[in-house]
Design a protein around this ligand. Sequence first.
Ligand SMILES: NC(=O)c1ccc[n+]([C@@H]2O[C@H](COP(=O)([O-])OP(=O)(O)OC[C@H]3O[C@@H](n4cnc5c(N)ncnc54)[C@H](O)[C@@H]3O)[C@@H](O)[C@H]2O)c1
Length: 254
Amino acid sequence: MLDETIFITGGGSGMGRLAARNFAEKGYQVAALDVNEQGLLETAEFHQNIRTFNVDTTNYEAVAQAVDEAETKLGPIRRVYNAAAIMPLGRVVDQDVEVFHRVMDINYNGVVNVSKAVLPGMLERNEGELVNFASLAGWVPILYMAAYNASKFAVVAFTEVLHHEHRDSNVNIVCVCPPPVKTPLLDQARDTVWPKVFDQGAHIEAQDVLDAIDATIAAGELFVFPGKGTRMAQRLRRFLPNLIWKNVHQTEGF
Ligand SMILES: NC(=O)c1ccc[n+]([C@@H]2O[C@H](COP(=O)([O-])OP(=O)(O)OC[C@H]3O[C@@H](n4cnc5c(N)ncnc54)[C@H](O)[C@@H]3O)[C@@H](O)[C@H]2O)c1
C-alpha cells in the first residue's frame, strides 16, 4: 500500500467516484469527501483504502479539518480532485436568487476552500497536483446556464492565476474543462431544464476525462479539454462568439 493520499471532493458520485476507485485500486490512500453519505458508502464499498468524509466543501473549517485528518492518518496529499459541484439550470428570471448564491458557493467557493487548505502542505513538500474541475461551460455561456456558467468562469480564472503564481514550483495546477460527461450531474439538468444544445455533441465517458487529466499533468500544461471538438468549441467562442449564440438561439427557439 502506498502512503500517499489522493484527496477527492465530490467523491460520492460521477468522476470523483471513478477517480477514487481507480486510485484505490492502484494502492493509494484515498480521502473521499461529499455531502452525499449514501454515495460515499457506495464509492468505498469493497475498497478498504477509501476513507470517507461527510464534508460540505462550502465550510472552510470542515475542509481544513478533513485535510489535516487525511494527512495525519493516511499520508501526505499527493493529488487533489476538486470535483464537487451542482448544476440546476433555468432562465435567470425563473431561478431563485438563493440558487445563484448556492451554485457559486459550491462550485467556486468550495474550490477556493479546498485549494487554500491543501496548497500550503503541497508547496512545502514541493510536489503534487491540484486538479480543479471547471467545464467547457467555463468558456462558453449558453441560455439557461447563467448560474453554472458564472461559477465555472470563476473557477477558470482562479485556477489560471494560481497556476501562474506557482509555475516555478513542482506543484502542478490543472483546470479541467469537459463538455457534457455521462454522470448523474446531467440529471440535474433533466430535473430542471435540458438545453437542446446538449444533444448536439456526443457525451463523453468519465474515464476519458480522467485519462485526459493524466496526459495534461504529464505534459505540464494548465488546461484539459477532453473529448473531440472541445478545444475547437472553446476557440470558436473566443474568436466567433456570435456564431455560437446564433446556433444557441436557433436551437433553443428564443
Ligand atoms: N458531468 C458533466 O457533464 C460535467 C461536464 C463538465 C464539467 N463537470 C464538472 O465535473 C465535476 C464532477 O462532476 P460529475 O459529473 O462527476 O458530478 P456528479 O453530480 O456525479 O458528482 C458531484 C458530487 O458533488 C457532490 N457535492 C455537491 N455539493 C457538495 C458540497 N457542498 N460539498 C461536497 N460535495 C458536494 C454531490 O453530492 C455529488 O456526489 C464537477 O465540478 C462538474 O461541474 C461535469
